[in-house]
Design a protein around this ligand. Structure first.
Ligand SMILES: [Zn+2]
Length: 286
């Protein structure tokens, strides 16, 4: 399942093809993905100009010059392919493997000669058109916490959001009202990097350690985005794996392996918290 760094990588890959372009032809090959397409989906998009390609949590947002925003979520297996782009420009990528044509559900053709195809084998992804003026109040966005890479995600924010909380820090960081778009993998990685036990009650973490935690969250995401960016370059002009790049984790998925921290003799353990696997080092995470 794509997490925030993967969605951000997809955004950066699509941006040169879509931002500023007018949609000349749009095709929806089914009536639904995870949810039905909204009424008039194709008509409302055809002829519209995409003013920007943005991201909020794990949503891609394409505000249009007609007052709607095209909202796209990749679900579990959603991905894009761009064709017809100029090879010399960044952001060109192809991902579809042969025989995947039956999973090509939505096509966008732009006035700049690009053809962007949305593939989704399991169809947990979805798209909608939401009036831009009401976006913040929409169910999907109302109450979302700050972006972890944005200016509002600070030590002060964590201190006030965690104050008095007896819930463990792992579950607390997965709460989208506290920070938007952070998923299981990067919460495990950030806690490992900050040397905080995932079982610690959120409200008991000192301010100094919260500062380290906020920094660790930013670092693990930025490193993953950088890895995704190198994937984009590696796959320019070739079949690639946009949005699902290989990235090495220090704790996640490493049960029974030695802790990657220099000087730590611990072994990574897996436990289950709130139905999700947590990977951590009992030696250096306290
Ligand atoms: Zn360790």
């Amino acid at each position: 399942m794509p997490e925030l760094p993967e969605v951000e990588t997809v955004r950066r890959g699509l941006q040169p093809a879509l931002e500023g372009a007018r949609l000349e032809r749009v095709e929806a090959r089914r009536a639904d993905l995870r949810f039905p397409f909204p009424d008039g989906f194709v008509q409302r998009l055809t002829g519209a100009r995409i003013e920007a390609l943005e991201r909020r949590a794990k949503y891609l947002l394409a505000p249009l010059d007609r007052g709607d925003t095209l909202v796209m979520h990749l679900g579990m297996t959603g991905r894009f392919e761009i064709e017809g782009s100029d090879r010399s420009r960044p952001g060109r990528f192809r991902q579809a493997a042969p025989g995947e044509e039956k999973h090509a559900h939505v096509l966008f053709e732009t006035d700049t000669g690009r053809r962007v195809t949305y593939f989704d084998a399991r169809r947990f992804g979805y798209m909608d058109l939401i009036p831009t003026a009401g976006l913040e109040k929409h169910d999907w966005f109302r109450g979302l916490g700050p972006e972890p890479l944005g200016p509002a995600f600070t030590t002060e924010h964590l201190a006030s959001a965690f104050a008095g909380k007896i819930q463990n820090v792992k579950a607390t960081l997965l709460d989208q009202r506290i920070v938007a778009g952070l998923g299981n993998i990067y919460v495990c990685e950030a806690l490992h990097r900050a040397r905080i036990s995932p079982a610690t009650p959120a409200g008991r973490i000192s301010r100094g350690r919260l500062e380290g935690l906020a920094e660790a969250v930013r670092e693990v995401l930025l490193e993953a985005i950088a890895a995704g960016g190198s994937t984009l370059r590696d796959y320019a002009g070739a079949d690639g794996a946009l949005g699902y790049f290989q990235h090495s984790f220090r704790a996640y998925g490493r049960e029974d392996e030695p802790c990657a921290r220099m000087g730590c003799r611990g072994v990574i353990r897996r436990t289950v918290q709130a139905g999700r696997s947590t990977f951590y080092c009992p030696q250096c995470q306290r």
